[in-house]
Ligand binder design. Structure first.
Ligand SMILES: Cc1cc2nc3c(=O)[nH]c(=O)nc-3n(C[C@H](O)[C@H](O)[C@H](O)COP(=O)(O)O)c2cc1C
Length: 376
């Protein structure tokens, strides 16, 4: 019996793997349910927001490794919205050409390509390996800048931000819209709006951060207003068949702050406004909280949002093993699994998972060039 034959037999014995089932969102069918979550590589070394050959290699190799959707890292909609000076950006038409080869070649390798649009708000202008000042604000003389927030309160020891005016909020909404149009023109299949991890949009959501007394603060409806405005604005510039994903922190892990119930209510509103999937993460909003980190610790949040808001969700966070991932899908706790850090050490995670789960080599997402070296 040949290797392909053997592998097919294994497949039958174990039943079909949910991880390798395609998934359709609007007009886009993703080849499987193993996605690469956005992970900032802080590698726009010229500090101009443009991707480099590093990004090409990083993303295209993971496309060749079989990931279904690749969500490119936090990408700033304005220069002052960068987490670090070396973040990617889509704030200008001049940046667009530097993206095209990456998106085209990752798609040619079978991946569905999305980009995470972000404004870091009070967590902008922080250091990274390339500029130093890790975990701190970058001083202005080293390329840092003054940050903004719904209210003038700082994140931990980072530099104090200034509160945004209403006109500035409207400008930021337009910046998300324009960046989404650029993403569409570049050839991205989907856009993700970053409303998690304590960056600007989530700063508005959280009552422990947002102390505004105007239409963007106070009640739940007011705190979610900027995010809903962004979703609506983005929808006006991309085709109807292009999915919009929103990443949220389902809880800030702090008493009296943003929590699961508000996340469920938010997911219902987002669905009404044309959001196709909620990428469920947690934390990053309030410094110093205790997070019960362990394998799959965020899965219960995904499960709750999926069942109570009736919207497709991802599960992410210390999901590292194929069988563990498969179990989450089979139990109906999520529609998609995101493999983050494990994919930094293994760009071929999906190919390895296919072998572990008994998927035949023919059905696994191998590039034709790599079939002779398939996991057996
Ligand atoms: C190096 C690194 C960079 C990250 N950058 C981002 C980012 O740009 N946007 C985002 O939403 N999450 C970011 N994350 C969080 C990941 O997307 C993911 O949610 C987290 O790593 C948990 O998943 P894991 O346990 O599979 O790694 C980052 C994580 C890492 C390790």
């Amino acid at each position: 019996m040949g290797d392909v034959e053997k592998s097919k037999k294994k497949d039958k014995k174990k039943g079909p793997a949910r991880l390798f089932e395609p998934m359709t969102l609007r007009g886009v069918t993703v080849r499987n349910r193993i996605w690469l979550p956005p992970m900032d590589t802080y590698s726009a070394f010229a500090q101009d927001g443009r991707p480099t050959p590093f990004h090409y290699q990083h993303y295209v190799s993971r496309a060749m490794g079989g990931f279904g959707m690749i969500i490119m890292e936090s990408t700033a909609v304005a220069p002052e919205g960068r987490i670090s000076p070396c973040d990617l950006g889509l704030w200008s038409d001049d940046q667009m050409d530097a993206w095209r080869w990456i998106v085209a070649d990752a798609k040619a390798a079978g991946a569905t390509m999305a980009v995470q649009l972000n404004h870091a708000g009070r967590k902008a202008s922080t250091g990274c390996f390339a500029v130093g000042f890790d975990g701190e604000s970058v001083p202005e003389e080293f390329g840092g800048w003054r940050t903004v927030c719904p209210s003038a309160n700082a994140y931990g020891s980072l530099r104090a931000p200034r509160a945004l005016g209403v006109d500035e909020i409207h400008t930021i909404v337009a910046q998300f819209r324009d960046a989404a149009w650029r993403a569409y023109d570049i050839g991205f299949d989907a856009v993700q709006i970053h409303a998690a991890h304590g960056y600007l949009l989530s700063q508005f959501l959280d009552p422990l951060i947002n102390e505004r007394e105007d239409e963007y603060g106070g009640s739940f409806e007011n705190r979610i207003r900027i995010l809903v405005d962004v979703v609506e604005a983005v929808r006006t510039v991309i085709p109807d068949d292009m999915p919009v994903l929103v990443r949220i922190s389902a809880t800030d892990w702090a008493a009296g702050g943003w929590d699961l119930d508000q996340s469920v209510d938010l997911a219902k509103v987002l669905k009404e406004h044309g959001v196709d999937l909620v990428d469920v993460s947690t934390g990053g909003l309030i410094p110093g909280v205790t997070i019960p980190v362990k394998p799959g610790y965020q899965v219960p949040f995904s499960e709750q949002i999926r069942s109570r808001a009736d919207i497709p969700v991802t599960a992410v966070g210390l999901i590292t093993k194929p069988k563990q991932a498969e179990k989450v899908l089979k139990a109906g706790q999520a529609d998609v699994i995101e493999i983050g850090r494990a994919a930094l050490r293994d760009p071929y995670w999906p190919l390895r998972a296919a072998n572990k789960l008994g998927i035949s080599i023919e059905e696994a997402p191998y590039p034709a060039q790599y079939v002779r070296g398939a996991f057996r």
